[in-house]
Write a protein that binds this ligand. Sequence first.
Ligand SMILES: [Zn+2]
Length: 266
Amino acid sequence: MNVRGARAARRMYMLTYGAEPSPKSISVRGASDEIIWCPIIGAAVETAAGWVLLETGIGRRLLEDETSRRSIYASREQPWGVGEDPFLAALQAVGLRPEDFSLAAVSHLHVDHTGGLQHLSAAGVPVFVQAGELSFARERAGIAEAYYAPDYVSERILWRELDGDAELAPGVWALFTPGHTPGHMSYRVDLPESGTWLLAVDAADLSENLNDRVPPGWTADAGDVPRADNSLRRLLREAENLDARLVPGHDGFFWKAVRHPRGGHR
Ligand SMILES: [Zn+2]
C-alpha cells in the first residue's frame, strides 16, 4: 500500500454505456469535421462511504426519441447503447444496480452523460453536479447545445450542487474544469495499488488533446474558450504533480487500454 492508502478508494470498475459518432472538430481545436466514434464511459468506485458512480452515460429515452436524437447527432451514423437500457446494462456488467450506490456525480449535462439520472432518482441516489452547470442547463441550454431536458428536468432528482473542487467520498474528488461547458468537472480517484487516476471527461476527449496539448474544439458558451484552455493545462499539470494516469473522456483506443482487470482496478 502506498502513501495514499489511508484516504484511498478501494477499487474502480470502468463502465461502457455505448458509443457515439462525433465530428473530430468538436474534440480537437482546428481538426476536420470527419466523424470519429467515441466510447461513452463512466466509472464505479468502491469507497469507505459506499459505491460512487461517476457519469451516467446515454439513456434509452434519447435513443428512442428519433427526432431529438437526429437533431443532436446530425451524421448518418447514430449513437448506440449497450443492452436494452444502457445504464442498467453497464452497471449489470460489473454486478451492480442503481440502488447499490451511495452517491453519483455528473461532469456536465450533455446528452451522453445524463442517461441514468432518472434511474438514480428512482433509487434515491443523490447526484453531485456543479451549480453553474445546472443553472446553464435549466436556463440557457437546449438541443442546439446537445442538452436533452427530459433526462435532467425532474423534481425527483436529488441534486447536490457544488461550487468548485470538492471531495465526494474518501479517495474521490471533483475537479472543476469549466470550458467544454460552463460547469464541467473532472474527477480524481486515488487507489491503493495503482495510485492516482484523473478522469478528464470532456475537458480532454482524446489522447491527442493530452499529447499535443490541444484544447477542445467546441465550447457550449462561445466565451469559454480561455477556460477550456486553462482546464486542459490544469489537468496536465495535476497529472504531472500527482504522477497520475490521465484518462481522456471519449478515446476509443485509450479506453480499451484501461479496461479493468477482473474485480476492478485496485
Ligand atoms: Zn460533453
